[in-house]
Design a binder for this molecule. Sequence first.
Ligand code: NAP
Length: 268
Amino acid sequence: MAFKVVILGGTSEGRQLAEILAEDPAYAPVLSFAGRTLSLQVPRAPYRVGGFGGVDGLARFLREERCAALIDATHPFAAQMSSHAVRAAQLTATPLLRVECPAWRAAPGDRWTSVLDMAAAAAALGAAPRRVFLSVGRLEVGAFLAAPQHDYLVRAVDEFVPGLPRARVLAARGPFEVAAERELLERERIEIVVSKNAGTPATYAKLVAARALGLPVILVARPLLPPAETVGSFEPALAWLAALAGGVGEDGGAHRAADHTAREPRGV
Ligand code: NAP
């Protein structure tokens, strides 16, 4: 019987993992989305959309699906879902692995200011009007109503009405390239960048471009998550699943899963 894996998605790493597992008959993955984006990019894997109804709802889902392993590949800022995953895994005795890219760290030339939350990021922009590249996600833009004096270029996956007096929305989905990010920052005469510390390679290019242009960046630090076994990318998650599913080398399924780690990562 195929090894049932529930993957809590929201990141390119979760999507990559689900799509690789879906090609392997040894596994039966289901990728779960919160439904935050209006234009869902349909994965090449079985998926579902929407909340479970809290910890108990997730625990019920894991039991009903006869889930053998739970992967938390949510966005590092989806703290509630990660905390529910830990508690539901305990309740159902389901092995849990968190896949989370390490936080970005400043390199020489970076002019970063780290803040604890969006309200602090809005305050850190200062009193004088500036041209701001706001790359924090559609759901977080409201915090910048506290700083309406700035000109915002808001980049988000979906087109939306930002509700800020001096804002334009640029709808785009990563991954992004450094040259294009640099061209965008220059063309828009951006003076400061605001971002979450997402840690994913898919959205790092804007920080490289900001460094090259000598622009300051306000980085919102990640929320604290309850402890869980964690890996930094989807490749070690494949190895973890292969070991759980029967041990590398014991059967073809596990071999195939381990072999997937040599593949090229795919896009978001
Ligand atoms: P959250 O606060 O951790 O989750 C809120 C609720 O959404 C959860 O309790 C759960 O509902 C549902 N949910 C979240 N992730 C889910 C998933 N993968 N599958 C099914 N249900 C899920 O997360 P959030 O409200 O989505 O976002 C919080 C922050 O993370 C924001 O800053 C957002 O911009 C950022 N973020 C999230 C995503 C994402 O895909 N969720 C992607 C990029 C960025 P129930 O309690 O009903 O189960």
